[in-house]
Ligand binder design. Structure first.
Ligand code: ZN
Ligand code: ZN
Length: 352
């Protein structure tokens, strides 16, 4: 099914074949989880070229692909493989291939042309099948449990590092193969930096603590932000939190299939602008999530990606006030025919 979709794309793009090197794309199309290898896919052939370290793994994980054993440099094998599939115009992933690799391939491309392509597989990946959705839901459930755990665990006097470590241990011992990304944890003024790195800062009672975390399960990621509090939130925190929450819920209620990412973004942005904090919301509403933490569709101010049923993306508006802190609330949703289904279950209400 995935190869069928890619082959349709190759035909419309005027390509006889494509070379895939981007790790998530390689995994998505072949099932191979190793870190090195090149796929060559044509209308009726699917080849995976890799070296000795992965021969056995390829047989197990990628039974639909023919293994081409790489014993020297891949480029020495390339002309022969291209000839075997009878291709004249061969696409490559220009976003991923390094300039050095491209030069090497170009040196041996005497009987065929290399053509840059952008996001051909990424566009297919944007719409998830049921199997993928199941894995994403597991990763989300784990993130939900982790934030519930940490809301009970956190106390004034702990450092950001202590809390981040507790989160990591919780996710790893409850089924995450790894973290989806380094946890972002910004307490008090640190929360004004949307992607704050974890520090030795001591957490104070009543201040906002932005926690953005995710787990990986079966290769699929979750991405969750809640802004919580040790003790009772102060008035300012309650006010900002209420605005962000309203923006977030308004977007979740009103996003429809067929909208462009920028139209979805505008829904939440309008709420924050009307509350007078437009200048303090400097990032996009969200992004696709799957094998990568950030993938298609884009759901930001400039995105013209059209939201379609089956797409999985985040909804994560925020307000950031330098010197004070920040509030961000992030869910993962799946686009359905009549609107979004919210997959994240973690509670959003503040204490007290
Ligand atoms: Zn996040
Ligand atoms: Zn995110």
């Amino acid at each position: 099914m995935r190869l069928t979709k890619l082959r349709e794309t190759l035909a419309t793009e005027g390509l006889d074949a494509i070379l895939i090197t981007q790790p998530e794309n390689r995994r998505y199309l072949s099932g191979f989880t190793g870190s090195d290898g090149v796929l060559l896919i044509s209308a009726d052939e699917a080849i995976i070229a890799t070296d000795f370290r992965y021969y056995e793994q390829v047989e197990k994980q990628a039974p639909d692909f023919r293994l081409a054993k790489v014993t020297a440099k891949f480029k020495s094998l390339l002309p022969e493989l291209v000839q075997q599939v009878g291709a004249k115009t061969v696409g490559f992933e220009s976003v991923h291939l390094t300039v050095d690799q491209h030069q090497e391939w170009q040196e041996v491309a005497e009987d065929f042309d290399l053509a840059p392509t952008t996001e051909l597989v990424e566009r297919i990946r944007a719409v998830k099948d049921e199997g993928e959705l199941g894995k994403i839901k597991k990763a989300i459930a784990l993130a939900d449990q982790a934030i519930a755990h940490i809301a009970d665990f956190i106390e004034p006097g702990m450092t950001e590092k202590e809390v981040a470590w507790e989160l990591e241990v919780f996710m790893r011992t409850h089924g995450a193969e790894k973290l989806a990304f380094d946890t972002i944890l910004g307490s008090g003024p640190n929360g004004a930096m949307p992607h704050a790195t974890v520090s030795e800062r001591v957490i104070q009672a009543g201040e906002p603590i932005v926690i953005d975390l995710g787990a990986m399960v079966d290769g699929y990621n979750s991405d969750l932000t809640r802004t919580i509090c040790a003790g009772r939130p102060d008035d300012k925190f309650q006010e900002i939190h209420a605005i962000v929450l309203e923006a977030q819920l308004t977007a979740e209620r009103n996003i429809r299939p067929g909208m462009q990412g920028k139209q979805a973004d505008a829904i939440a942005r309008k709420v924050i602008e009307e509350a007078g904090y437009g200048e303090n919301y400097g990032h996009g509403l969200g992004h696709g999530v799957g094998l990568a933490v950030h993938e298609k569709p884009g759901v930001g101010r400039l995105s013209e990606d059209v939201l379609q049923p089956g797409m999985v993306f985040t909804v994560e508006p925020g307000i950031y006030l330098p010197g004070w802190g920040g509030v961000r609330i992030e869910d993962i949703v799946v686009m359905r025919e009549d609107g979004v289904e919210i997959l994240t279950q973690a509670r959003k209400e503040l204490n007290g």
